[in-house]
Design a protein around this ligand. Structure first.
Ligand code: FAD
Length: 410
């Protein structure tokens, strides 16, 4: 079998893989990215958070993203029956970007991957990693080319950015169950037919709570081309009640919310809906000997706060900073410098996700007398600043949310 060598092998050219590649190229490292699909390819996860812009910028990809012409985003709006509230991310506790984009991931992921390639990473589409060996001095993988040839790549370090493919967790048996109940999503893209300049704010994601089931919610993510991404998230048993193909089921569930039905009254449903279920995932460890798990290959919580891509970028940023020091000869404590710091922010999101499904977060955001200071602290987390420990809602997420819920109830 033919053997190749590289310094760093990245499995997967999604957001985590491409941003890691861009950052590593800035350090002058040799990077090979193997991606099993041909881009552009569809992916879900279209609403970014402002915090993610910092990492796009650090990876040297800001101009590529800005020039791609995605929908500008400055916040999040929430609706539940007659109740409405919105957060403008420019008004937030933490410093840093207050705006970002809503992106068609087929284009976005392609833009990032091409930017990584331009920065000098070698990118191979339609090359799938099929086996891994981490027992030797350095790791190696077996990959399959589009022609069906199997070849070996020896790397000094492996970054698994295979997303829901979760190649290392599966092959190395690192998977542990998520502590969230099994939920799923049905989603599509529609020609939304919402009048420009109408009451709907295209600069914000709209999250709508189902009128009867507080743990069922819909997303509406407008794009810059008159289309929007539309989806519903619920427990798998709730989704299973609806019969027919995915489009019929999604239409039926959307039809249960009068506000959303009105908003989408002129929409053209021209794309078959898809379903994804049981996506929440976790692992025993986010790193091991000469490898680290990035983005969804590590942990995935829940889509409600659109945190996935931001966490993927953060993981790339932390891991590549560790690699820079490691290649300079330093001994790295990967748990202290990668695993724990990454999980800190993920745990902040986790507290907010738990509060969302318990219904307490909804009470908090729809509370009319909330102070500006508290709203700005919440806004910062919704904007992705889940690692900013100067924010009390990061430092003590659960306790603070509990206190706030009592305040809103009283
Ligand atoms: P991915 O984007 O999954 O990329 C992994 C890449 O690895 C893929 O291109 C894949 O083809 C490749 N690959 C897999 N296996 C192999 C292999 N064996 N060999 C080679 N290549 C391989 N996040 C947000 O930020 N905002 C949102 O609004 C949002 N909404 C979501 C809605 C739903 C319903 C779900 C389920 C998730 C949502 N997410 C959202 C999360 C988001 O989709 C992910 O967190 C994000 O895509 C993770 O990026 P990644 O780079 O880790 O993985």
């Amino acid at each position: 079998m033919r053997t190749e060598k590289t310094e760093i092998l990245i499995i997967g050219a999604g957001p985590a893989g491409s941003v890691a590649a861009g950052m590593l190229r800035q350090q002058g490292r040799q990077v090979l990215m193997l991606e099993k699909e041909q881009f552009p390819r569809f992916s879900i996860g279209e609403s970014l958070l402002p915090q993610s812009m910092e990492y796009i910028e650090a990876a040297g990809m800001l101009r590529d993203v800005v020039e791609a012409g995605f929908q500008y985003k400055n916040g999040a709006a929430f609706a539940c029956g007659d109740k409405r509230t919105e957060f403008d991310f420019r008004q937030k506790f933490s410093k840093g970007w207050g705006t970002t984009y809503q992106v068609q991931r087929a284009t976005f992921d392609h833009v990032l991957a091409k930017a990584a390639e331009r920065a000098g990473a070698e990118l191979r589409f339609k090359h799938e990693v099929i086996a891994i060996d981490i027992d030797g001095e350095t790791p190696h993988v077996i990959a399959r080319s589009p022609e069906g040839e199997e070849y070996r790549v020896d790397a000094q370090f492996l970054l698994d950015a295979s997303g829901f493919g979760r190649i290392l967790p599966r092959l190395l048996k690192l998977e542990t169950p998520s502590n969230f109940p099994a939920r799923g999503a049905i989603f599509t893209h529609v020609e939304d037919g919402m009048p420009l300049g109408g009451s709907f704010d295209r600069n914000k994601i709209l999250v709508t709570v189902h009128p009867e089931h507080q743990d069922v919610w819909y997303w509406t993510i407008p794009f810059s081309n008159g289309r929007c991404s539309l989806g519903v998230v619920a427990r798998t048993e709730f989704l299973a009640q609806y019969e027919g193909d995915e489009t019929t089921r999604l239409k039926a569930i959307v039809g249960e919310d009068p506000g959303l039905s009105k908003l989408l009254a002129n929409a053209t449903w021209d794309t078959p809906a898809r379903q994804i279920i049981g996506y929440a995932a976790n692992v025993k460890s986010l790193w091991g000997k000469n490898y680290a798990l990035l983005g969804n290959a590590g942990e995935f919580l829940d889509p409600v706060f659109s945190s996935g891509v931001t966490i993927a970028f953060k993981s790339a940023s932390l891991a590549t900073a560790c690699l820079q020091r490691q290649f300079a000869g330093e001994r790295i404590d990967w748990e202290a410098d990668y695993g724990r710091p990454l999980r800190d922010g993920v745990d902040t999101f986790r507290a907010f996700v738990e509060a969302w499904y318990a219904g307490s977060f909804q009470k908090i955001i729809f509370f009319e007398n909330a102070s500006t200071e508290v709203r700005e602290m919440i806004s910062a987390i919704l904007a992705g600043y889940a690692w900013d420990k100067s924010n009390p809602y990061v430092a003590e997420s659960k306790r603070r949310l509990g206190v706030l819920e009592e305040l809103c109830a009283g």
